[in-house]
Write a protein that binds this ligand. Structure first.
Ligand code: UT7
Length: 332
């Protein structure tokens, strides 16, 4: 690890390649989206908004709604496991990143472990929309210290935590899940090359999903302020991870970034002077699926051939906390 320098009084971060020579490899991705569709036209019926406002301010056209957090997570993980081709006996760990578990106990990961018929350890983590990206870093570290293979799931049922009285936030969120299978990798040529994580707890009030009297009451957010912080932190983290990997942005084939807002993706690309086309976007048809969004973008890019075996990719999550995490990896 290259250190945990405090960048400012409020910000803590970690960055680096693995401490040991053993690393991790990303083998496969799978996703799950529920059947229900909530379009901008549906919102026009529900509140004072318009398709034009939503599309121009966010890039969102529709979101998927339904399922449970556990069912979506199992479905995505099963697809990833199937595509990996590895023996499920090798899976030593399931990590599920979510901020919308069906229950606080048991963990969603326990449901995934059981649902897939695995016998390994399993736990949840919550870093809001950066959760999947944090999960990659945690799995990478654990695979570097003797575990053989891991499944990392990012899943959220944001529509269950949305306040449909608040038009500024209600139009943003959808449900969905994505998962990757990772294996221990000793050659170093493939897999995770570098990572960066950071948190700015001093700005946690900008984006909250508070629990009041035992109930989640909906997302509360200062969107404009959050937008600026997220662009800044996403750029800084992306630069650190790419530099740490010994690469430049020209070497990166695709950026799989959190799908919060198309304007954020464009702003980050412009600030990094990276072609906007490298930032894979699925937001038009998914909305903001929080921890599900980065693997949903990865799956889309693999499916349409934008990401192929041997390509360098940047996975970039950011959101509530404020939290962010970047991983640079050679795909498969
Ligand atoms: O996933 C975690 C990370 N998430 C983010 O980083 C989200 C970052 N923020 C954003 O994406 C944007 O701030 C939003 C999409 C949430 C909002 O866009 P904005 O351009 O910042 O709009 P605003 O909240 O400043 O509102 C502008 C205007 C206001 O009207 P006035 O005061 O100018 O008359 C709002 O009342 O737009 C109005 N407005 C709407 N109008 C139609 C707010 N929501 C809506 C709506 N339909 N749904």
């Amino acid at each position: 690890m290259s250190g945990t320098t405090a960048v400012s009084g409020q910000v803590g971060r970690g960055a680096g390649p693995p401490a040991s020579s053993v690393g991790s490899r990303l083998l496969s991705v799978g996703t799950a989206l529920p059947d229900g569709v909530l379009t901008n036209a549906d919102f026009e019926e529900m509140m004072a908004t318009s398709d034009d406002w939503i599309r121009s301010r966010t890039g969102i056209g529709e979101r998927r709604v339904g399922g449970t957090t556990t069912s979506l997570a199992i479905e995505a993980a099963a697809v990833a496991l199937d595509r990996s081709g590895i023996d499920r006996e090798l899976i030593d760990l399931v990590i599920v990143a979510t901020q919308t578990p069906d229950d606080l106990c048991p963990s969603t990961a326990a449901g995934v472990q059981h649902g897939l018929g695995l016998t390994c350890g399993a736990f949840d983590l919550n870093a809001a929309c950066a959760g999947f990206s944090y999960g990659l870093v945690v799995a990478h570290s654990m695979l570097g210290s003797s575990m053989r293979a891991a499944i990392v799931v990012g899943v959220d049922r944001m529509t269950a935590a949305t306040n449909y009285e608040d038009r500024t936030t209600a139009i943003l969120f959808g449900d969905g899940a994505g998962a990757v299978v990772m294996t221990a990798e000793s050659t170093g040529g493939r897999g995770v090359q570098a990572w960066d994580t950071g948190t700015d707890g001093g700005h946690s009030d900008i984006l909250r999903s508070p629990i009041k009297d035992g109930r989640v009451t909906g997302v509360e957010m200062n969107g404009k302020v959050l937008f600026k912080h997220m662009v800044r932190y996403a750029c800084t983290s992306a630069c650190r991870a790419v530099e740490q990997a010994g690469l430049c942005f020209d070497d990166v084939t695709a950026v799989l970034a959190h799908q919060a807002n198309q304007r954020i993706l464009d702003a980050v690309a412009d600030r990094l002077k990276v072609d906007r086309g490298k930032f894979v976007s699925v937001i038009e048809h998914t909305g903001n699926t929080s921890a599900g969004s980065v693997p949903l973008a990865l799956d889309a890019a693999v499916e349409d051939g934008r990401v192929r075996s041997g390509d360098a990719i940047l996975l970039l999550g950011f959101g509530g906390g404020l939290s962010w995490a970047s991983t640079v990896a050679i795909w498969q």
